[in-house]
Design a protein around this ligand. Sequence first.
Ligand SMILES: [Cu+2]
Length: 157
Amino acid sequence: MNIFVSTALLALALASSPASASDLTVQNAFARATPKGAQVGAGYLSIRNDGASADRLTGVAVDFAKAEIHEMKTNNGVMEMREITAGVEIPAHSTVKLAPGGYHLMFVGLKHPLIKGETVEATLTFEHAGALAVDMPVLPIGAPGPTGGHDMKGMKM
Ligand SMILES: [Cu+2]
């Protein structure tokens, strides 16, 4: 009985922090602070799909910029990124990371800088799960974030 109760409480505690829609859970979301006058910013997160069928991240919206889904790749030694218009597949029973050096959320035409210590909200849109609001704490410029990775210096815009 005691074991059952503590397990239930633990599950409740774990369920209370990440944003969740149906079988999808968003974890480790963060945005990077931007220098004054910067036109673009970036955000990162992990999406876990506990469901038996795939879903697809098809869009993202924020109120402080135009938001796009991007992918960064190294091409002949040069970091390049492009917009992913077809969305990002989240396969069943797996986690897809949007992390520095790969997929990321790109905030284009910032209306204001992203300030370290603040939190911004993004709304993710999934093909099946629909809209999901996510809070993204703003970490210092260049922060690799909770999921690790390298910084974006030298990327080709
Ligand atoms: Cu980008």
